[in-house]
Design a binder for this molecule. Structure first.
Ligand code: GUN
Length: 293
């Protein structure tokens, strides 16, 4: 069993980005600039956004955090997006999800200029991804592709089972792994809450991507020997023994699955750090106008 250390790999990639930023600076170019909009006080969202801003500082990007109370109207939030779309100093931006119930997330996502949509959530970026055109890949699937590639994990001809069909992880992951690409050429089964006999599907998998948001859902009896496990889950479970009162666990029961696996991502320290780094890579691409010219 090998641990896929996302923390270490993300540090390596951040160093590579920092070198590029230093070169841009030395040449008198424009420093990449990421903006993040955070609405309300959801603890997980605050922690993710904090980590995104901190990572920007680490690589030498400029960053702007726009915090708004959860009473903000949809109209006011859309006006902030319009401003960011027009701001020549901002290369890319994200609106952290989830948003308060009175705000239509679809409307918000559609309002973001696809050229600045470094989350890759806009349907234009999603459609371009599905057709293999230049686009911003959604950060989590992008991070997973890099993890597989940089650890030399062969995907071609492998059977990959994706568990969960969200717009931001499961569905794009299933498309990307099935495409004719350096990391791709898998036969993909996309499973979800209505899949019959899920264990029969996961037992046939060479690679499992678990993204359903249920702590410890994939157990040792559901996987075959030698499986590659990518655990996207970041679930908070109560733990009185921890100072903060909870601990983070994945969608995979590490204890029973790890001994059967050839490679496995830990939680925390696996996919999570790679997601943030991928957002930085998209921002760098935005600042260099690599995707849309
Ligand atoms: N909420 C959970 N994951 C994400 C993400 O990758 N981007 C944004 N904007 N919100 C999220």
């Amino acid at each position: 069993m090998n641990i896929l250390d996302g923390k270490a790999l993300s540090e390596t990639i951040k160093q590579e980005i920092a070198v590029q930023v230093a070169e841009i600076k030395a040449a008198g170019g424009k420093i990449p600039h990421l903006a993040a909009v955070l609405v309300g006080n959801d603890p997980a969202s605050q922690s993710y956004v904090k980590s995104k801003v901190r990572s920007c500082e680490q690589v030498g990007f400029n960053s702007t955090l726009i915090r708004q109370d959860d009473s903000i109207t949809e109209e006011a939030l859309l006006a902030i997006i319009d401003d960011l779309n027009e701001d020549p100093y901002v290369d890319g931006f994200i609106v952290q999800l989830p948003l308060p119930k009175h705000i239509d997330e679809e409307k918000v996502t559609l309002r973001i200029d696809p050229k600045k949509d470094v989350d890759g959530f806009h349907p234009i970026n999603f459609g371009r991804m599905a057709q293999g055109l230049a686009c911003y890949l959604p950060a989590t699937p992008y991070g997973i592709l890099q993890m597989l590639e940089r650890n030399g994990i062969e995907t071609s001809g492998k059977h990959c089972v994706v568990v969960g069909r969200s717009n931001i992880v499961g569905t794009p992951m299933s498309i990307l792994l099935s495409r004719k690409a350096k990391v791709g050429n898998c036969t993909v089964t996309l499973t979800h809450s209505r899949t019959r006999d899920l264990a029969a599907e996961t037992q046939r998998a060479d690679i499992i991507v678990a993204a359903i948001g249920i702590p410890g859902f994939i157990s040792g009896d559901m996987v075959k020997e030698g499986v590659v496990i990518i655990d996207v889950g970041i679930n908070r479970v109560e733990d009185a023994s921890r100072k903060r009162g909870y601990r983070l666990v994945g969608d995979v029961d590490f204890e029973s699955v790890a001994p059967k696996s050839s490679f496995i991502t830990p939680v925390p320290g696996g996919v999570g750090p790679m997601t943030v780094t991928s957002l930085l890579l998209n921002t760098l691409k935005a600042s260099k106008k690599e995707v849309y010219g």
